[in-house]
Ligand binder design. Sequence first.
Ligand code: ZN
Length: 149
Amino acid sequence: MSDLRDLYQEVILDHNRRPPNWGSIDAPDRAADGYNPLCGDKLRLTLRMDGDRIDDVKFEGSGCAISKASASMMTDLVKGKTMDEAEDLVDKLQAMVTAPMDVPAEDAALGKLAVLSGVREFPARVKCATLAWHTLRSAHEGKPIASTE
Ligand code: ZN
C-alpha cells in the first residue's frame, strides 16, 4: 500500500454505495453516538439485543468512505455475535490498524476487514477506521435503553 487510493478498494467502495445495515432500529435496546473530530466523521449506532447476543445493528451518519465502510463491515460482522465476541473483534481491529507496517494483517476473525489495515500507513485515518468499533464499545458500556413495555 503506497497510495491513499489503494485504501478505496472495491470492498470499501461497495460498502459505501449500498451499506446493507444503513438506518436506525426502532426502539433499540442500545445506542451510541461516535464522532471523530480529526476527520469530521459522525456515526449513530442502534442495536437490538437478544439477551447478550446482537440481534440486529444499524448505523447512520456522515463521514468519509473509510469510516462508512468500516461501520458497514463492523455491523455485518457482529450481527449474531455476543457482546463479548464483538468486544474481542474491537480489540483485534484496533491491534491490526495500529500494528507496525511489517506485521502482516492476517487474522481470520477479521476477514475482509484486513483491507482496513491500509490505514496503518496514514495515521490520521486510523480513527476513521476505528470509529464505528469504539462506538460499538460505547453502546455496550453505556446503560441499556429502558424498555417502555
Ligand atoms: Zn474519516
